[in-house]
Write a protein that binds this ligand. Structure first.
Ligand code: PLP
Length: 365
């Protein structure tokens, strides 16, 4: 062989796949169906025109952190921004995971928590959920005591099930992490709540973040803010945790263009709140319409997507929907998600096409 072998522990890893097909209606990746407001693009480009491109960007992303801090009602010292919340998760694991440490996830959940865990050499332990996809605080507490994880991931609303964890569950997990952490003598683990869809839900853990609590809440501009192409996410964390993240992240990782976009977007929070309202209303409409289809279970969701379980072969239903020009996400062969399909809430027209395609696909089976 004339080429080197990668790290041995990477051999078993597969890359992250989310197949794209060329169809009319794409409801498979949980993006916003709305482009950002034109006035946002104008304002961003105007700022960009004045950026000295031959200089490195602001390494501490000061203006962006201040704008996000004001938006979430937390001090800037508790804000860390990165290239998508995926880079947030990676940076957290680089700082707090790694060989000899463990991360705990509750399956089924966002695949990248475990994936990034493995890439960073962190041991990944999978906990289970209840039949209605919730995290049981009692079971989770026992598991945390047994595993002593350095990082516990909770996704709320959970991708792909839509489940929202309540305040009592988050507080119970926090108490368990404080009692049974493993990051050093008497040092707790870290509870990371991934709120990529937090704006669509009725509970957020953001207000619980404080400097003396091992809690991190991550958010993204990819969904609500209609900026998936830009790659911008942030977390709110105790100030000392933010300082640890800054020690491991690459210098100048966040481009001037991305920082400027993040600041500019926050001036459009009223427009974004309107869009969130419209998507939540469509989620209710979609949930009700699908709930009337025979042979289909619809799971309650606090996000901009809905998980459904056909009573028959889910993959066949998915294929018949594709044949009708509607692409949803096929989870039918995933462990714990047998026959499940995840539908992103789109525009009213897209949702109508989806309802019809799903009804016809179920009738054919
Ligand atoms: C979409 C998604 C993200 C967003 O990742 P970005 O890197 O910010 O685009 C994070 N977490 C979950 C659970 C998601 O579904």
């Amino acid at each position: 062989m004339s080429l080197p072998a990668p790290r041995g522990d990477l051999a078993a890893l597969e890359g992250y796949h989310s197949p794209q097909l060329d169809v009319d209606v794409r409801l498979n990746t949980n993006e916003s169906p709305f482009a950002p407001p034109a006035a946002f693009v104008d304002s961003w480009l105007a700022t960009l025109a004045a950026v000295p491109l031959h200089r490195y960007p602001d390494r501490g992303a000061g203006a962006l952190r201040a704008a996000i801090a004001a938006h979430v009602g937390q001090p800037p010292e508790r804000v860390f921004a990165a290239n998508g919340s995926n880079e947030i998760l990676q940076t957290l694991l680089l700082a707090y995971g790694g060989p000899g440490r463990r991360a705990l996830v509750f399956e089924p959940t966002y695949a990248l928590h475990a994936h990034i865990g493995r890439i960073t050499g962190t041991g990944v332990v999978a906990g289970e959920r209840t039949a209605d996809f919730r995290i049981s605080p009692t079971e989770a507490g026992l598991l945390i005591a047994a595993v002593r994880p350095a990082v516990v991931f909770v996704c709320s609303p959970n991708n792909p099930t839509g489940t929202v964890e309540d305040r009592a569950t988050v507080e119970a997990l926090l108490a368990a992490v404080l009692d049974h952490g493993s990051t050093g003598p008497r040092a707790p683990g870290l509870l990371v709540v991934d709120e990529a869809y937090g704006e669509f839900a009725d509970f957020s853990a953001l207000a619980l973040v404080a400097d003396d609590r091992p809690l991190v809440v991550s958010r993204t501009y990819s969904k609500v803010w209609s900026l998936a192409a830009l790659r911008l996410g942030f977390c709110v964390a105790p100030a000392p945790v933010v300082a640890d993240l800054e020690r491991v992240v690459l210098p100048y990782h966040l481009s001037a263009a991305t920082q400027a976009a993040g600041v500019a977007a926050l001036a459009f929070r009223d427009e974004m709140a309107e869009r969130v309202g419209a998507l939540v209303a469509e989620r209710h409409r979609l949930t009700e319409a699908l709930g009337r289809l025979p042979g289909l279970t619809v799971h309650p969701s606090g996000a901009n997507f809905v998980l459904v379980t056909p009573a028959t072969d889910g993959h066949a239903v998915w294929q018949r929907m594709v044949d009708r020009g509607v692409l949803v996400r096929d989870f039918s062969r995933w462990p714990r998600l047998t026959n499940c399909l995840r539908i992103t809430v789109g525009t009213p027209e897209e949702n109508d096409r989806c309802i019809t395609a799903l009804r016809e696909s179920l009738e054919e089976s």
